[in-house]
Ligand binder design. Sequence first.
Ligand code: B16
Ligand code: MG
Length: 213
Amino acid sequence: EVKACLFDLDGVIVDTAKYHYLAWKRLANELGFDFTEQDNERLKGVSRVRSLEILLEIGGITLDEQEKQAGMDRKNGWYLEYINKMDSSEVLPGVKAFLQALRDNNIKIALGSASKNAMIILRNIDMVSYFDAIVDGTKTSQAKPDPEVFLLGAKELGVAPSECVVFEDAEAGVEAAKRAEMYCVGVGSAEQLGQADFVIASFDEMSIDRLKF
Ligand code: B16
Ligand code: MG
């Protein structure tokens, strides 16, 4: 029986990937190379440090620890400028209706995001109150595909992993959910999220009935 649903943030509840992209691109350009939207696919669901490492690999650049920290800080400053302008109009289609249906059916709700900026985003889109537990990048030490973020979510909700369903848009996140031994619904393309138990293109396709497997 499903007792809880755990949601990734970026790519599931909102599309902040476009803001991450613009901010990383600006850093890449400052460092003297280009960074395409296709390159950005590699950063989805990946931690901030790992994102920087991938970016530097693409540019063929090495930085020392201090320069890396400065680069991440600059990128995050630009990213914050974007997310501080977000409002509830950026919540992806069908998300609020599905979360409300979960609440009406007494199914618990948690956030399981790698982002250290998750609280700012949830406040700006006015969705903090939907969540019974919020696990984000400030609470975890292991990045996805490590299952830590989802296991911590289940623990905070007081439910067993086998009673949880995870919604994820990134391959690393789907892998994390499966390693946590949770049921996983992919959000996006079935080709890319083959490891998920089933895939929806958007929450307009999702309903409580589809949780009864
Ligand atoms: P921050 P999610 C992830 O969020 C993003 O998908 C990923 O691109 C980003 O690098 C990561 O958060 C860290 O974010 O720099 O804000 O701490 O998909 O796990 O909700
Ligand atoms: Mg994501």
